[in-house]
Design a protein around this ligand. Structure first.
Ligand SMILES: C[S@@+](CC[C@H](N)C(=O)[O-])C[C@H]1O[C@@H](n2cnc3c(N)ncnc32)[C@H](O)[C@@H]1O
Length: 273
């Protein structure tokens, strides 16, 4: 076990707690990436697809609607229970992205929607995806674009930076935005033996009624950013809230605040032999 073992426990405990709220706050947003993700892996009738870090199960369900035989895996029992309750006809398993309990070469497609940035050892998860993919199978994952472009992150992190304290004790983990860099993502996949690594940016919009909803979404439905917010003093949090609301208002369109939240989609092919 590397030094990130504590980070893994922190993430797992966080997701057990945040599961239902995550689905309520982020579900519609992260589902916007499902179409492009399933397109690049060729999800279609007859395709055996594994959705790793499946959370509430929406991507697996979208793959099943395309006729693929989809299985979801997540290390949070609350997420697996939520996914199973929402999609009782699909199979969701408790399992670790970094050590999948799946046969070698047993899937035609493996996807991970917004999971990579939560892993203690992303390279292990990528190696596992390679192992369980059939030769010629396709892998794809999404992460958030950098905070300058994924505005919800920009507003929250910028407000903490100016009104609070970024330097609070959190379990050390891999850089949150590492895979937002297309070149770094492609290189990591190629180092793992994948071919034809490609990236594309997906436009997504997060709609909400107020900046307060943005703050509460990160406080109650995330893990690392939630811990950062929970570590602020009450007076700093009050100022952070005011700044978040003011910054978010700049994106108001009528009744709704529309925040650009683009994702970076990276995909690659396991060589045919
Ligand atoms: C941001 S959520 C994404 C959920 C879902 N894929 C979606 O599109 O909304 C991250 C998910 O990754 C899961 N996760 C994090 N680390 C994991 C690991 N090592 N193995 C399996 N699941 C993991 C969490 O439990 C959580 O459900």
């Amino acid at each position: 076990m590397s030094g990130f073992a504590t980070f893994r426990q922190f993430e797992q405990a966080g997701w057990e707690k945040a599961a239902a709220e995550y689905d309520r706050r982020f579900g519609e947003l992260t589902m916007q990436a499902a179409g492009p993700l399933l397109d690049v892996v060729g999800a279609a009738p007859g395709v055996r697809l594994l959705d790793v870090a499946c959370g509430p199960g929406h991507v697996a369900a979208a793959a099943a609607r395309r006729g693929s035989s989809a299985v979801g895996v997540d290390f949070s029992s609350e997420m697996v229970a939520l996914a199973s309750a929402q999609y009782p006809d699909l199979e969701f398993r408790l399992g670790d992205a970094e050590g999948l309990d799946c046969e070698n070469e047993s899937f035609d497609a493996v996807v991970m929607n917004f999971g990579m940035l939560h892993l203690a050892h992303p390279e292990d998860a990528i190696a596992e995806a390679f192992r369980v993919l059939h030769p010629g199978g396709r892998y794809a994952f999404t992460v958030w674009d950098v905070p300058e472009k994924a505005i919800g992150f920009g507003i929250i992190l910028g407000s903490i930076q100016s009104q609070g304290n970024m330097d609070v004790p959190l379990p050390p983990g891999p850089p949150f935005f590492r895979f937002s860099d297309p070149e770094a993502s492609k290189q990591t996949l190629m180092n793992a033996g994948f071919l034809n690594a490609q990236t594309l940016q997906i436009s997504q919009v997060w709609k909400m009624e107020s900046g307060d909803v943005l703050l509460e979404s990160f406080r109650n439905a995330a893990v690392r950013t939630a811990a950062l917010l929970h570590a602020q003093t009450p007076s700093a949090l009050k100022k952070i809230r005011e700044e978040v609301i003011a910054r978010a208002e700049k994106f108001r369109r009528g009744d709704s605040i529309d925040l650009p939240m683009p994702a970076i989609l990276t995909s690659a092919l396991r060589p045919a032999s």
